[in-house]
Design a protein. Structure first.
Length: 338
């Protein structure tokens, strides 16, 4: 058989066999794909480690048991405090007087039981004339102040809805001091101040100061009783002492008489000359007691009536002169350098 005819025969045979078997091959591939897809969809997907870490973990919540209800024998104690009571406070100058309607300060303290010495603790403060305060049952220390008059006492508060009232009788009055120079001349400037002391002195003669630095004409409220006044005019020795009694519910006027005068010191080279600066001054009583020291060309002081010695030190030298003070008569003391 010629080679060309043989080659054509083989090619025809191959094409005929492929055409017959190709449909079966395609069908087998389709069935294999369907089988694999079904298996993949039925299989559970397991995440990879990094995917598992990326997902939010679920919190484990332990089961919460409901709080057990207390039995009648184990009932929780009642934590509600005792019932408060309303207490109204009021203050009076005298037993039969009208209630004070201004100028009051109330302070309420409580004390710890079985503590010695007592340690009061401030629990309330009020400037209302008649405060109404709710307090727990117990014992309290109440202080009411009206100027320098005051009263402190204990009150007992009991529980309940009925309000109670506590009256404080201060037994107090007012004191007003007027200062005069000599017998009739009123002192109108601010050169006078006075201190108030308790009237009773101790064994050493000392007294307890109640209030100090008061100006004449002002009214100071005090508990009724005896007081000792010390009035000072100027900054030297013009002092006057007096006792006064303050009556409850009344205004007591006290007049203090000062016997003093204003004195100006002057160091000159001749009578009527110019005052010398840089001068050190000292004023002594005739018994040698130092009354006042000062420095300058023209120092001025208020001195009590009496006799004195003025000493002036200037440029290392000492100059002296005796002089007298008459109540109510201002004077100028010239010390001549010679």
């Amino acid at each position: 058989m010629p080679w060309g005819v043989l080659l054509d025969w083989h090619i025809w045979k191959a094409r005929t066999g492929l055409a017959r078997t190709f449909p079966f091959v395609v069908l087998s591939l389709v069935l294999l794909s369907v089988t694999l897809a079904s298996a993949a969809s039925a299989q559970q997907v397991v995440p990879t480690p990094w995917q598992a870490e990326a997902q939010s973990p679920r919190r484990f919540e332990p089961p919460s048991d409901p709080a057990p209800k207390p039995s009648p024998e184990t009932r929780a104690p009642d934590t509600a405090g005792p019932q408060h009571a309303r207490v109204t406070l009021s203050a009076y100058l005298t037993q039969d007087g009208e209630p004070i309607d201004q100028g009051l300060i109330w302070r309420i303290y409580t004390e710890k039981p079985n503590v010695d010495p007592p340690q009061p603790k401030l629990v309330s403060t009020s400037k209302v004339p008649s405060p109404s305060i709710e307090l727990a049952p117990g014992s309290y220390v109440v202080n009411v102040a009206f100027g320098r008059a005051h009263l402190t006492r204990r009150i007992a508060v009991t529980g309940g809805s009925n309000p109670s009232e506590e009256r404080f009788i201060l037994n107090a009055g007012g004191l007003r001091v007027t200062a005069v120079l000599g017998e009739t001349e009123k002192v109108s400037d601010l050169t006078v101040s006075y201190d108030v002391y308790q009237g009773d002195a101790d064994r050493l003669g000392g007294r307890t100061k109640v209030v100090g630095g008061l100006r004449p004409g002002l009214i100071v409220r005090l508990n009724a009783g005896l007081y000792h006044l010390v009035s000072t005019m100027g900054d030297a020795n013009a002092l006057v002492s007096s006792d006064v009694t303050v009556e409850a519910g009344k205004l007591t006027d006290a007049v203090i008489h000062h016997h003093a005068a204003r004195v100006t010191l002057k160091l000159v080279t001749r009578a009527g000359g110019e005052a010398q600066a840089d001068t050190l001054w000292a004023v002594h009583a005739t018994d040698g007691a130092l009354v006042r020291e000062s420095q300058g060309a023209l120092p001025t002081h208020i001195l009590a009536a009496g006799d004195y010695v003025a000493s002036a030190k200037h440029a290392g030298r000492l100059y002296q002169k005796q002089f007298s003070v008459v109540s109510g008569q201002p004077t100028q003391v010239e010390v001549v350098m010679h």
